[in-house]
Design a binder for this molecule. Structure first.
Ligand code: S3P
Length: 740
């Protein structure tokens, strides 16, 4: 690729960044000649000795002579004056870029010194620093999967910009363009402020103590927090002085946060502290997941969670499991496009619903909370969503992706939807295809119709009728939601009833939805009016304890405020058919959804043939129902449930493998499972990152003869945060083992 090669590149500065670039140019053979200049002759000599540069030139003007690319890899404070010095000597067509952490001060100073900013100058900033520095610390791979921000000015030459992008692309970096002001404000908060705090904390403690002995007792937290205080003081002095206005604002913001903390501590206000800490933890978790799920992560989270569950025991007491996942997703989605403020109580603070929440924040919707299940969504109306600046990352959540796909294909802007490894394997054609029939443009860019999804905005959608080939509430909901932006009527017929939360909630927002003979219709173009939503406890989470109480002798349990929407109660019907003892009390309706308290007592279970019509009504509960079947007398047969193969994991295969590992006679079939009830030994099982499988095997331990060790349980947090604590409180001997 001849055109990817530079004739002569000058690196002004041969520290960490400059010498990493030199190594990159050398190892990929991107330049005929690499020249370096800098203030320290020893550094330049070292560059020559290492063989990463061809020529060292103390004189700046001589260094840039005949170069087609010049990189100013030097402290921020020196960039503008260096550019001013070399500007008159640049060869025609040459390109200059820099790597400074502050952009505004550099551009302003260049303007002041030269009266203009040369159009061949492309201000840039690779976010790939390290606390190490110097020519020996360089690494050709330093920029791989790191972000590089370019902040071109209106006059910046397009070819120069393309050339600099080419350089960073060969380094394996992820390129981002933004304005100078946006760069400085974001970096002030996410990089400059943390460095200042780390320097300040170490310095304050060092001054405070008579000698430096206290650091002997400083453990992990201090070490982690202050790692960056080992950075180059001169460099950070320059950055702090160059980005003063943005840093001033960032310090004020932080000071406000610190004041709140101090006030809470002075007043002994535990609630306020918990609020701050939980909000921060959630934000941090979301951030880690974003990093782990997208390509730019260098430090992918390696935290592994396993459950070790003791055999035997019984469950007793009262509990309210977290809010319904399906309803929580929809409360944010419909709240966001409604007019007015929607108040949600009982919102599930699990990662899946939080992914939906974050996606709408990314699309400009102001959402307060969640704080102990309370969320306030400031609706923007049906035409108020804004394009997200980055792909919408939806973690593990199939519901978020399929419903959002429907909502976004009728917008005026393009969207990209991505997810974690499990979601990236799940079929999306089932929703993309019918939406395409309505006029949507959706590319399933992964293998075999899988994510990422690229949705092209600006399409006119036409209402249509669709006969769904699979009974899927997600597909039904995606189509109906697209119908809100379509011309005329949109209708769907489902082959069997599936959960109808979308239809109920749309009506709750004042939107007319009609259902007749299995056909659901709505007309596009209406308005949604903000409302109040009380999310019931999730029957799919309650299911684990319903089965636990049913299989463990001596159990008696009350589960409060459980959603008993008739499209979700297959678990109750199936357990009752098996002989389960489940009573309901206090039945009532909240915000359009029926709820009740459930009382479950131990009862010997009997194997059954699960009626086909109950399959869609218990679709998420089969992992734990398989455990009930393993504890029942006789044979249980499930058919017509091939959908289980495309959930968060292949739930038929993964459950059959796990049950067999525990000595249960379980046989996977293409569309279900045959299980002979009997003894459950202990052993090791793998949940394959599937939340419901991890929880199902934890329940199995109640009837096991030895410990069950369950691998890959971190995703339990997607639907049931606090599961381990609740399981322990109710009587399951569950330990969480986490390893890095
Ligand atoms: C859901 C629908 C179901 C279910 C999922 C949640 C929803 O998926 O398994 O956990 O909220 O609409 P399918 O539509 O794929 O059956």
């Amino acid at each position: 690729m001849r055109q990817e090669r530079w004739r002569r590149v000058a690196l002004i500065g041969l520290g960490l960044i400059g010498s990493s670039l030199a190594r990159l140019l050398r190892t990929q053979d991107l330049a005929d000649e690499i020249v370096a200049s800098g203030s320290r002759a020893v550094t330049l000599q070292r560059g020559l000795d290492l063989g990463i540069i061809d020529r060292a030139c103390v004189d700046l003007v001589a260094a840039v002579e005949g170069c087609d690319l010049i990189v100013l890899a030097m402290p921020v404070a020196a960039i503008a004056s260096t550019l001013a010095t070399i500007a008159p000597h640049l060869a025609p067509g040459s390109v200059v870029t820099d790597v400074g952490s502050v952009k505004g001060a550099v551009v302003d100073e260049v303007q002041r010194l030269l009266g203009t900013v040369p159009t061949c100058f492309v201000p840039g900033h690779p976010i790939a620093g390290a606390e190490t520095s110097g020519v020996d610390a360089g690494d050709a791979d330093l920029f791989r999967r790191h972000k590089v921000i370019l902040t071109p000015l209106p006059d910046t030459d397009a070819q120069a910009l393309a050339a600099v992008e080419r350089l960073w692309r060969s380094a394996g970096a992820e390129l981002i363009r933004m304005s100078v002001a946006a760069h400085d404000s974001i970096l002030a908060k996410t990089s400059h402020l943390p460095h200042l705090l780390a320097f300040s904390l170490v310095d304050t403690l060092a001054r405070e103590s008579e000698n430096l002995e206290i650091f002997r007792y400083a453990a992990g937290g201090f070490r982690d927090f202050t790692r960056i205080a080992a950075s180059d003081p001169r460099m950070w002095h320059d950055i702090a002085l160059s980005n003063r206005p943005a840093l001033h604002a960032a310090l004020d913001l932080f000071q406000g946060g610190l004041d709140q903390l101090r006030q809470a501590i002075d007043n002994g206000d535990g609630e306020a502290l918990l609020r701050i800490f939980s909000r921060a933890r959630r934000a941090r978790e979301h951030f880690s997941h974003m990093l782990a799920g997208t390509a730019y992560a260098k430090t992918k989270s390696t935290m592994k969670i396993e459950f070790q569950v003791q055999p035997g025991g019984r469950v007793q007491g009262r509990a309210r499991v977290p809010g319904d996942k399906s309803i929580s997703h929809r409360s944010i989605m419909l709240g966001a496009i409604a007019e007015g403020v929607t108040e949600v109580h009982g919102f599930l603070e699990g990662e899946d619903a939080l992914s939906t929440l974050q996606a709408f924040r990314d699309m400009g919707v102001q959402i307060e909370g969640p704080e102990r299940g309370h969320v306030r969504v400031h609706g923007v109306g049906r035409h108020g969503l804004k394009p997200s600046a980055r792909p919408l990352y939806l973690g593990n959540s199939g519901t978020s992706m399929r419903l959002l796909c429907g909502m976004l294909c009728g917008q005026s802007f393009d969207s990209v939807l991505t997810g974690d490894a499990s979601l990236s394997r799940r079929p999306m054609q089932r929703i993309a295809h019918p939406l395409t029939l309505m006029g949507a443009h959706i590319d399933t860019t992964g293998d075999r119709g899988t994510p990422p999804l690229r949705i092209q905005g600006g399409q006119t959608l036409q209402g249509m009728h669709y006969d769904m080939p699979v009974a899927s509430a997600q597909v039904k909901s995606g189509i109906l939601l697209a119908g809100l932006w379509a011309q005329g009527e949109t209708s769907v017929r489902e082959p069997a009833p599936t959960r109808d939360h979308t239809e109920r909630m749309l009506r709750g927002f004042g939107y007319a939805v009609d259902r007749q003979d299995g056909c659901i219709r709505l007309r596009g173009g209406g308005r949604l009016l903000a409302t109040q939503i009380d999310v019931p406890a999730d029957i799919s989470s309650a299911a684990f304890f319903m089965v636990a109480a049913s299989i463990a002798p001596g159990s008696e349990l009350t589960l409060e405020h459980v959603g008993i929407n008739p499209t979700r109660t297959g678990i109750i019907d199936i357990l009752r058919l098996m002989g389960g003892d489940i009573e309901m009390s206090h039945e009532r309706e909240v915000a359009g959804e029926p709820v009740a308290d459930l009382h479950i007592r131990y009862a010997p279970l009997q194997g059954i043939d699960i009626p086909l019509e109950l399959v869609p009504l218990a679709i998420d509960e089969f992992p734990v129902l398989f455990v009930a079947a393993a504890c029942a007398r006789g044979r249980t047969v499930l058919r017509g449930a091939e959908e289980l193969r495309v959930k968060e994991s292949d739930r038929i295969q993964v459950m059959a493998d796990g049950l067999q590992a525990l000595g249960v006679a379980a046989q996977a079939t293409p569309d279900g499972m045959i299980i002979e009830g009997g003894r459950i030994a202990g052993g090791h099982v793998d949940s394959h990152g599937d939340h419901r499988i991890a929880m199902a095997f934890a329940v199995a331990a109640l009837r096991a003869e030895a410990d069950i060790l369950i691998a890959d349980c971190a995703n339990v947090a997607t639907s049931f945060p606090g599961f381990a604590d609740m399981a322990r409180e109710l009587g399951i001997g569950l330990q969480v083992l986490s390893t890095e």
